[in-house]
Design a protein around this ligand. Structure first.
Ligand code: NDP
Ligand code: 2IT
Length: 453
């Protein structure tokens, strides 16, 4: 009987995915993100006709709105440049649309649809009233002057500003969008609307930004790792950690790991990775942060400066470690990388990046009993503190660092608890299932309350 049931559910998942793929041709990252959710949500709603009959999953996988626009700007040589800008507003059932902006030459509609879909579940998991969105452009900030970045950001915001607002849609940073870009974007939004409101988060502290926002994603991913290990009675102290990326998320994850006594031995960028067997310390991290946010140089400079090893064109997953935190980009850990991590004794993965593990990698981690925290749970700390920035802006107040750190720690603990509550499986805790179901319920219940919209 149960075998028949599971065959029927498998068939239903395939039918659902076939329809989604047909309606969204070529958007492979979007297909991947939806499949991960559908494989846990379709069995969950099987005996819940309220969700099934109201077609909640079908509605959640069709964004509320997709906005695409031309961004025209002049480079320093007076050449006219044309890029494409987007905002995908996935779902605002539980609060205004919220999610980052990504500037990267690979950005396309499928990438932003996957990210806005993930964001909807992630934001729900934080417990704060935020819907899901994502935006960005195929603009490549690498090698551009500050003036070029400013002109691009102003042109981009000239189009985007009519679609956002403190109660409508609140963008923030993501890959290629950090403090510099948010400053230019906010300045232009303020100029166009003649209003000073919390229409963006990740702002500078001088103009409505929140303490702990820049640390929040990386710190949060480490807190989630800490909570997963604690269930097994293990501490991070003395553990060797392998990280990818060297941007906002990676550097603050490294900082918190070092604070908690772990040894961080790798970081990377899109050119390669550095391996420092002696481990990073706060001074070395300062060097990386200055390298990446001020001089905007390459990670290989770290190896030259500190006599570490540099592996051009490679990812760090073959380095022996106890725990791993992918903090660069999607699909950066494939099944081969997962196999290497497992055979080298890695016991836990916490995803700072969005969807860094392929479907094959996730299956390998779960089969091997590795503690695996999916991105929508593990990296929710960033958007959570963005939510706290929105509250502070609305109330025109600023909370202390201690207050914000405590709230971030509590929120990450709550997300971990939600995953445990909804993720019980025959083999223990399935964090993928837990995160998907916990994130789904709140959004789905709000959608049911609104009727057919
Ligand atoms: P940054 O732009 O600050 O850093 C990105 C890092 O990833 C850089 O080291 C970059 O290298 C590397 N990278 C980017 N693309 C690739 C690629 N295709 N292959 C290999 N390396 C790559 O971005 P963030 O740190 O903010 O974001 C990192 C990840 O975390 C993303 O997946 C993002 O969606 C996710 N995230 C970010 C949050 C935030 O608050 N910022 C919140 C939640 C998730 P290079 O410099 O060479 O491009
Ligand atoms: O992926 C993410 O959660 C982010 N890039 C942060 C979004 C936000 O609105 O702070």
């Amino acid at each position: 009987m149960s075998q028949n049931q599971s065959a029927a559910v498998t068939q239903e998942i395939e039918k659902f995915m076939n329809g989604l793929i047909r309606r969204n041709p070529g958007e492979t990252e979007f297909h991947q993100a939806v499949r991960e959710v559908a494989t846990t949500i379709i069995p969950f709603i099987e005996d819940k006709p309220a969700y099934k009959d109201a077609k909640v999953l079908e509605r959640l996988t069709e964004p509320d709105r997709v906005i695409s626009f031309r961004v025209c700007w002049e480079d320093d040589n007076r050449n006219v440049r044309v890029n494409r800008g987007y905002r995908v507003q996935c779902n605002n059932a539980i609060g205004p649309y919220k999610g980052g902006l990504r500037f990267h030459h690979d950005v396309n509609l499928g990438t932003l649809k996957f990210l806005s879909f993930e964001q909807t579940f992630k934001n729900s998991l934080t417990g704060l009233p935020m819907g899901g969105a994502k935006g960005g452009s195929d603009f490549n900030p690498k090698g551009k002057s500050d003036h070029e970045v400013m002109r691009f950001c102003q042109a981009f915001m000239t189009q985007l500003s009519r679609h956002i607002g403190a109660d409508t849609d609140i963008p923030a940073g993501d890959i290629g969008v950090g403090a510099r870009e948010i400053g230019y974007l906010f300045g232009q939004h303020k100029r166009l609307t003649n209003e000073f409101t919390g229409a963006l988060t990740g702002k500078g502290l001088a103009f409505g930004g929140s303490l702990v926002r820049q640390e929040a994603t990386g710190y949060g991913a480490v807190y989630f790792m800490e909570d997963m290990l604690e269930v097994e009675g293990i501490s991070l102290d003395g553990k060797t950690a392998v990280l990818s990326g060297s941007g906002n998320v990676a550097t603050f994850a490294a900082k918190k790991l070092i604070e908690l006594g772990a040894k961080v031995v790798t970081l990377s960028d899109s050119s390669g990775f550095i391996y420092d067997p002696t481990g990073l310390d706060f001074d070395k991290l300062e060097f990386i942060m200055e390298l990446k946010t001020v001089r905007r140089g390459r990670i290989s400079e770290y190896a030259d400066h500190f006599h570490a090893q540099y592996y051009e064109g490679e990812r760090p997953w073959r380095v022996k470690c106890d725990v791993a935190l992918p903090c660069a980009t999607q699909n950066e850990i494939d099944a081969g990388d997962a196999k290497a991590l497992i055979s080298n004794g890695c016991i836990a993965i916490s995803e700072g990046a969005n969807m860094p593990s392929t479907d094959g990698a996730i299956k390998m981690f779960q089969k091997a009993g590795v503690l695996y925290a999916p991105s929508k749970a593990a990296n929710a700390g960033g958007v959570a503190v963005s939510g706290l920035e929105m509250s502070q802006n609305s109330a025109r107040i600023s909370w202390s660092e201690e207050e914000l750190n405590n709230q971030l720690r509590t929120i990450m603990g709550n997300i971990h608890n939600s995953c445990i509550q909804h993720g019980q499986d025959t083999n223990g805790i399935n964090y993928v299932k837990g995160a998907n179901i916990a994130g789904f319920i709140k959004v789905a219940d709000a959608m049911l309350a609104y009727g057919v919209v």
